[in-house]
Design a protein around this ligand. Structure first.
Ligand code: PEP
Length: 250
């Protein structure tokens, strides 16, 4: 089954009022170049989701969050719930980015709760998984990824509201990209694992690659078997780079 690619920008801790021009520019670009082959997603900080959702309402561009709480509401100072994201019309939520795992000690149990919460609110979860450089050097990559998938995807996760992003930690923001044959091996492994978990329904799940994707390498990476899109950090912050990435697929 051929799927639309998903090209997603993760803005991390970047984005202020002045950056609203980015989304206006992207909407204009999208109105000229309608995309049949690609779903376009931008995940700005929480503070910009509402405005971005309003500005993209009549376009094909979707807006998502970079994280959310595992709780619905209540005494959890500083948290933002999936219900709140749904109230703003966000359609995706990244869960388990390696920076959340590393700086906020997020483990697979917690991520499982977050995914369940996201899906309960009819939002698609993008579960990030990835190995460290040490894991790769010790040939533990597939074992680590398998554990991350088993841990985060238990308790009746809905495969229809799920995407996976394979992001080797050592490739994020470093300019390093795995050999393409290694990306293929990992995506093949994830695809088989999802098939075991969800049968035919797994075919709808896109497996994105993330880690130093830019306008020069994106086409080759997205041509690799079982790569269903890209999760892009640094290069998603500049409208020129984003357009040059998107133009290669629409
Ligand atoms: C990311 O933030 O998920 C990411 C892959 O970043 P970068 O593209 O900058 O490596």
């Amino acid at each position: 089954m051929s799927k639309k690619l998903l090209i997603a920008g993760n803005w991390k801790l970047n984005g202020e009022k002045k950056d609203i021009s980015f989304i206006k520019n992207l909407v204009k670009f999208n109105s000229i170049k309608l995309s049949k082959n690609v779903d376009i997603l931008i995940c700005p900080p929480f503070t910009m989701i509402d405005r971005f959702c309003q500005l993209t309402q009549r376009s094909q561009i979707q807006i998502g969050a970079q994280d959310c709480s595992e709780h619905d509401f209540g005494a959890y100072t500083g948290e933002v719930s999936a219900n709140m994201l749904s109230d703003l019309n966000a359609s995706y939520c990244i869960v388990g980015h390696s920076e959340r795992r590393l700086y906020h000690n997020e483990n697979n149990n917690l991520l499982n709760k977050k995914i369940l919460n996201v899906q309960k609110n009819n939002i698609k979860a993008i579960l990030c998984i990835g190995e460290s450089l040490l894991d790769r050097r010790n040939s533990k990559t597939l074992r680590v990824l398998g554990n991350q998938l088993n841990g985060a995807l238990k308790n009746n996760i809905n495969p229809n509201l799920l995407e996976i992003a394979y992001e080797p930690i050592w490739a994020i923001g470093t300019g390093l990209v795995p050999d393409y044959s290694d990306i293929e091996e990992v995506h093949d492994y994830i695809s088989n694992k999802l098939e075991k978990l969800y049968g035919k329904k797994s075919k709808k799940i896109r497996i994105l690659y993330g880690g130093s994707v830019n306008s020069k390498n994106v086409f080759q990476i997205l041509s690799i078997k079982n790569v269903g899109g890209a999760l892009i950090g640094g290069a998603s912050l500049k409208i020129r780079d984003m357009k040059s990435i998107l133009k290669q697929f629409i």
